[in-house]
Ligand binder design. Structure first.
Ligand SMILES: Nc1ncnc2c1ncn2[C@@H]1O[C@H](COP(=O)(O)OP(=O)(O)O)[C@@H](O)[C@H]1O
Ligand SMILES: [Mg+2]
Length: 378
């Protein structure tokens, strides 16, 4: 059997998290891994965030919502697949998860007040880090209240892929910070807030408030802060629990990146951070790598009528250039992250948007298909 660090990781993991910067293929690879796990008999749930529409449709996720939807045998059969275990998919709905959180956590007499509070309504969609926090919150809920042999968690498309590590703390900071406390002080009611608010500068608090005008809003804010102030302990405890879950022996990460130079430094940085945070990185998945141009293709083009030759040759040369550039990137990454296995997935001609595409992708993740990386060249 071919070696595959991701397959090996799944043998010992019940949570797998794909991380990386936006657009690199986190959602696609998360779905491919969950699909493959189900094919091999490990029932799975993939929790996606912002999936491309066509992929969402193929996973049976038409409406937004936190519903865990089972992919039917029929759907699999149409793709020529017969999984040994079931696969479910869901789309994480940020707003709804926040609401559920408040419903569960807030004291009963305050729930409605918080949910109907205009500041809360804006905060729950705008708060920096709320996406990451919600993803962690959902993961915790799924892990503790459901019985999936494998949960594959996709992470939000942020510039800083590891924001989620920090998300629970940031929520706590927000609740603890001086600005929040200050907003609760009587000065607020006395209307002396103008200058102080200005001093908050570009903070999200100020930005969110800036969307509103008038004291009614500030009253809403003050109400909101009062209502949630009793929830701190709950959040703190949960922050520790999610943290422990991420560090658990049975949780693995797949760091997804592209081979382009601008992605690499980021990937190395994320890799270092994950390791510093005691997270297990099962593999670095380098996605959308240009395959080197096979010799046979060069030869074929050489045999074309000269009128066509030039055009095709130019295309091949461009491809060859990109393949070599990718190979250099991969070599650099290998050197910088020597301890972590790497899997390479080629750039497919088409988007990966259906079950058969996901399965095909998994064959590369599972090491059944391997890209011969171009000789780096200088
Ligand atoms: N290896 C690949 N070859 C071609 N297209 C890909 C590949 N991997 C991902 N894609 C496409 O790239 C787009 C972005 O991928 P996605 O998984 O949504 O990225 P992310 O979740 O990191 O933002 C999608 O349209 C997806 O189908
Ligand atoms: Mg995504």
């Amino acid at each position: 059997m071919s070696s595959s660090p991701i397959r090996d990781a799944l043998a010992n993991s019940d949570v797998l998290v794909t991380v990386g910067s936006g657009g690199v293929g986190k959602t696609t690879l998360a779905a491919a891994i969950a699909l493959r796990a189900a094919m091999e008999g490990q029932g799975s749930l993939v929790c996606t965030i912002d999936p491309a529409r066509r992929l969402a449709n193929s996973l049976g996720l038409e409406a937004l919502g936190n519903a865990e939807t089972e992919i039917s045998q029929q759907t699999f059969a149409k793709a020529g697949l017969a999984p040994k275990a079931s696969m479910r998919a869901m789309m994480l709905d940020m707003k709804r998860t926040w609401d559920e959180l408040i419903e569960k956590r807030a004291p009963p007499d305050k729930r409605e007040k918080i949910l109907n509070n205009r500041f809360y309504q804006s905060l729950s969609s705008a708060l920096a880090g709320s996406q990451e926090y919600v993803a962690m919150e959902k993961l915790w809920e799924l892990r503790t209240q459901r019985d999936y042999p494998l949960i594959v968690l996709d992470t939000p498309p942020t510039a800083h892929a590891l924001d989620f590590l920090d998300a629970p703390n940031r929520i706590l900071d927000f609740m603890d910070n001086d600005a929040s406390k200050w907003l609760l002080t009587p000065a607020l009611a006395a209307g002396k807030f103008g200058l102080k608010l200005f001093n908050l500068g570009g903070s999200y608090v100020a930005k969110t408030i800036a969307r509103f005008t008038g004291t009614e809003t500030l009253q809403q804010l003050a109400d909101f802060m009062l209502n949630i102030s009793g929830m701190n302990e709950g959040f703190k405890e949960r922050a520790h629990q999610t943290r422990a879950l991420l560090e658990a022996e049975t949780t693995s990460f797949v760091l997804v990146t592209g081979p382009m130079p601008e992605r690499l430094d980021e990937a190395v940085y994320f890799h270092t951070l994950l390791q510093q945070n005691k997270m297990r990185v099962a593999a670095i998945a380098v996605n959308r790598v240009h395959a080197p141009v096979p010799d046979a293709l060069w030869e074929e083009v050489a045999r074309l009528p000269s009128s066509l030759q030039k055009k095709f040759e130019d295309t091949l040369k461009e491809n060859d250039h990109l393949a070599r550039q990718d190979a250099r990137g991969i070599a650099k990454l290998r050197e910088a992250c020597a301890a972590t296995p790497m899997v390479i997935i080629p750039r497919f001609e088409l988007d990966v948007h259906d079950l058969s595409g996901l399965y095909e992708t998994s064959r590369w993740l599972w090491g059944e298909q391997r890209l011969e990386v171009a000789t780096a060249g200088r």
